[in-house]
Design a protein around this ligand. Structure first.
Ligand SMILES: [Zn+2]
Length: 308
């Protein structure tokens, strides 16, 4: 049976391989994570380009005319939603003059649909406070458990736009999810000893990851998402690190290095710099390798048994 499926797979692959590149669906995504997931399920049926670089803060991207030109001929825009791109995506969509990419059209896909979103505010936010997570925490791609659902959401839309390729897209999604699931089991086994560890984070962007791994974020360098810390808040954090014996401070490659560094200098805690998106650092070129790098970085920074 196994041999039969392998042979069948090879035959189907051969049949799929005759397509020309000109037929590829042109997809623009706002982030590199969504580009990687689209590529994983779309394979050679899609030509994908991300707007924000992996090393860039996705909340703040310049709405450049070159992005508008790229979007003008796109068949599909996949975006994060939850207002992650509120400061720049509406300008790009307008500037692209591509009606298909307007919200509600088949060419616009909000990838957050159907996901369990964390930190949805229960009271109305005062935006003058600068909170940049008004619809809940938008950094949901940082749990591989969500990667499965996002792959499904993207695959369904690709199938809708390319019904003739529905079978191939479905097969590619299954292959990707199977690989991801294998890795998830491996990662969970590897990180089991870390469960219950308390950490401090710079920006509210690691909650999906820490929820999955069972780590506890006890405080943030940013008092509110997007707001730099006051000297008083830094003093409070120093006290907290000392009283609760916190050994790790998580920050992404794009956040200001200084506040975390200052905290580390005044305490025994270590700063762990993590890629927060595909392509943010060497080796994190696709969705699965992103977690390999994140967990490797965390693993090398965790205190050893003697240090604890
Ligand atoms: Zn954020």
């Amino acid at each position: 049976m196994r041999i039969y499926s392998l042979v069948l797979g090879a035959v189907v692959l051969t049949a799929w391989a005759v397509r020309s590149d000109a037929d590829a669906l042109h997809v623009v995504t706002t982030t590199t994570d969504l580009a990687a997931l689209t590529q994983a399920v779309g394979g050679d049926l899609v030509d994908v380009q991300a707007i924000a670089r992996g090393s860039q803060d996705p909340h703040f991207v310049d709405a450049r005319p070159s992005f508008m030109r790229r979007m003008r001929s796109a068949d599909l825009l996949v975006y994060n939603g939850l207002e992650l791109e509120i400061g720049w995506l509406p300008l790009l969509v307008d500037g692209s003059r591509n009606r298909q990419l307007q919200a509600g059209e088949q060419g616009a896909l909000n990838a957050s649909r159907g996901l369990p979103i964390l930190e949805i505010p229960t009271t109305e936010l005062d935006r003058s406070l600068g909170d940049i997570h008004p619809e809940g925490n938008p950094h949901y791609t940082l749990s591989p458990l969500n990667g499965r659902q996002i792959a499904r959401t993207i695959a369904i839309r690709l199938q809708h736009l390319r019904p003739d390729d529905s079978e191939q897209i479905g097969w590619q999604r299954e292959q990707f999810v199977a690989r991801l699931d294998t890795q998830i089991s491996h990662w969970e086994q590897l990180t089991r000893p870390w469960r219950g560890t308390k950490v401090i984070a710079h920006h509210k962007q690691w909650e999906y990851l820490t929820d999955w791994l069972g780590l506890e974020i006890v405080a943030y360098i940013e008092e509110k998402p997007g707001i730099p810390p006051t000297p008083r808040h830094v003093r409070d954090l120093v006290r907290l690190i000392e009283t609760q014996e916190i050994s790790l401070i998580l920050r992404s490659t794009f956040t200001d290095t200084r506040p975390a560094q200052r905290l580390a200098e005044r305490t025994m805690a270590r700063v762990v710099e993590l890629p927060a998106a595909v392509g943010a650092t060497d080796g994190s070129e696709d969705y699965i390798s992103l977690f390999d790098v994140i967990l490797r970085q965390l693993g090398t920074s965790f205190p050893t048994a003697e240090e604890r």
